[in-house]
Design a protein around this ligand. Structure first.
Ligand SMILES: C[C@H](O)[C@@H](O)CC(=O)C(=O)O
Ligand code: MG
Length: 459
């Protein structure tokens, strides 16, 4: 039973100095400090439960997202949680259609990141009040109710509410068995943590052998800044993991369209399953061109971590511009918008491989992909096209969720990885709550960690 009126919304700027170790670095973002605008919702209900929500940032600019969250706050304050989730589509529209704030979006950029943070907190609170982890709240929800949370505006030309309902209704078949499968074995993951661009070859080697020891079979390597460097690093990692294990590459938007095709032709010998973000995330037709050009090489295109909203995903799917779709729990408008993308991907039969390279993203996105497997995709297998082109992929499982091994210790309910798979969270909520001590220490600029770092810069 949902209860309480939202009595307080607070938001803090929390930053981790990951750039000091090169963690998270890529060809475009060379010095990221993994950060978050961290929202806490309180209600007047007697249970004392709070909702926690984040959106992911890279350091500078988090203060701008914090401002945007504060600008959205009047839409939540004094609202009944029951009214919000009772007409979640209406509430989503209200937030994204604020007559003035919409001008600085719409449904994109800073204001949409802020929407994600706020709505992630609402979903966390709802799941907590129901006493269920978010994935289970979604799995158990009546399909009619679930579709009523989604905003189909701008996507009805490819997915109507009725079609979405049909997908979810069909997904009810075999749901129990799939839930048991998840609880027993978890959802397959791949690791990005061995091969950030700023890591030396020695670090790469050391992390890669540790990951192999720990049972990882799927690896992602950052590329795109320097071709000779890429060839050396890809050779190193391919030699270490052997020919059978899966390798993905990520260029983080570094190339022009023809450059992407030429560059990937040179890296094809290392047999990547996909090239991720080869060019601008806004260039739908550019992705389609790259995708078509790389099919003969057996290389797919993956993108999504910087796709603004469901409209861009719709067009990427319509244009056959991607073979792997990467949702992001903190860039799209929370669970509401992510679910509409999962359903479109199902309709187009494109595997979803969520983005998780950031602070807290693994914690959140595991809920969405576990729900996807149990209630939507019902599959861990890839589409047939790659299997036909590259027979050796038959044995690989292409549905997988990204994992990065950073900063989990700051979360109250950190992810649990067993045998390179995400084990379904058991605690109620969306796993978004950070440890208060960590937040205090890393708050920018007055937390202990930053006071020291900033003082050292001055001296
Ligand atoms: C800046 C982030 O670490 C980015 O490199 C993450 C990413 O592209 C991924 O995980 O994929
Ligand atoms: Mg990426």
């Amino acid at each position: 039973m949902v209860r309480g009126r939202i009595s307080r919304l607070s938001v803090r700027d929390v930053r981790f100095p990951t750039s000091l170790g090169g963690h998270g670095s890529d060809a475009m973002h060379t010095d990221p400090d993994y950060s978050a605008a961290y929202v806490v919702l309180e209600t007047d209900a007697e249970d004392g439960l709070k909702g926690y929500g984040i959106t992911f940032t890279l350091g500078k600019g988090t203060e701008v997202v914090v401002c945007a969250v504060n600008a959205l706050a009047p839409h939540l304050l004094n609202k009944d949680l029951g009214d919000i989730v009772g007409d979640f589509r209406g509430f989503y529209r209200q937030l994204t259609s604020d007559g003035q704030l919409r001008w600085i979006g719409p449904e994109k950029g800073v204001v949409h990141l802020a929407t994600a943070a706020v709505l992630n907190a609402v979903w966390d609170l709802w799941a907590k009040q129901e006493g269920k982890p978010l994935w289970k709240l979604l799995v158990d929800m009546d399909p009619r109710k679930l579709v009523s949370c989604l905003d189909f505006r701008y996507i009805t030309d490819v997915l109507t509410e009725e079609e979405a309902y049909e997908i979810l209704r069909k997904g009810q078949v075999g749901k129990k068995e799939r839930e048991e499968q998840m609880l027993a074995h978890g959802y397959p993951a791949y690791t990005t943590s061995c091969a950030w661009l700023g890591y030396s070859d020695a670090t790469l080697k050391q992390l890669c052998s540790k990951a192999l020891e720990d049972g990882w079979t799927r690896f992602k390597v950052k590329v795109g800044a320097d071709l000779q460097d890429d060839i050396r690093r890809c050779r190193l990692i391919r030699n270490m993991i052997g020919p059978e294990k899966t390798l993905m590459m990520d260029a983080n938007q570094r190339w022009d369209v023809p450059e992407a095709v030429e560059w990937m032709a040179k890296l094809a010998e290392f047999k990547p399953l996909w090239i991720e973000e080869p060019t601008s995330p806004d260039d739908i037709l550019g992705h389609a061109t790259i995708s078509k050009a790389l099919v003969p090489l057996g290389i797919g295109v993956a993108t999504g971590e910087q796709c603004h909203n469901r409209v861009i995903f719709k067009q990427l799917l319509q244009a056959k511009a991607l073979q792997f779709l990467q949702i992001d729990s903190c860039r799209l408008g929370s669970v509401n918008e992510n679910l509409s993308v999962l359903l479109m991907a199902k309709k187009f039969d494109i595997p979803v491989c969520p983005h998780a390279g950031g602070v807290g993203l693994c914690e959140l996105v595991q809920h969405l992909i576990i729900f996807d497997f149990i209630s939507v995709s019902a599959s861990l297998k890839d589409r047939i096209w790659l299997h036909l082109l590259v027979p050796s992929y038959i044995s690989t499982c292409a549905r997988m969720c990204e994992y990065v091994d950073h900063l989990h210790e700051h979360f109250k309910y950190p992810v649990i990885i067993k045998k390179a798979s995400y084990m379904p969270p058991k605690d109620a909520g969306y796993s978004t709550e950070m440890k208060e001590e960590s937040v205090k220490k890393h708050q920018y600029p007055d937390g202990e960690v930053w006071e020291k770092l900033l003082a050292a810069q001055v001296n």
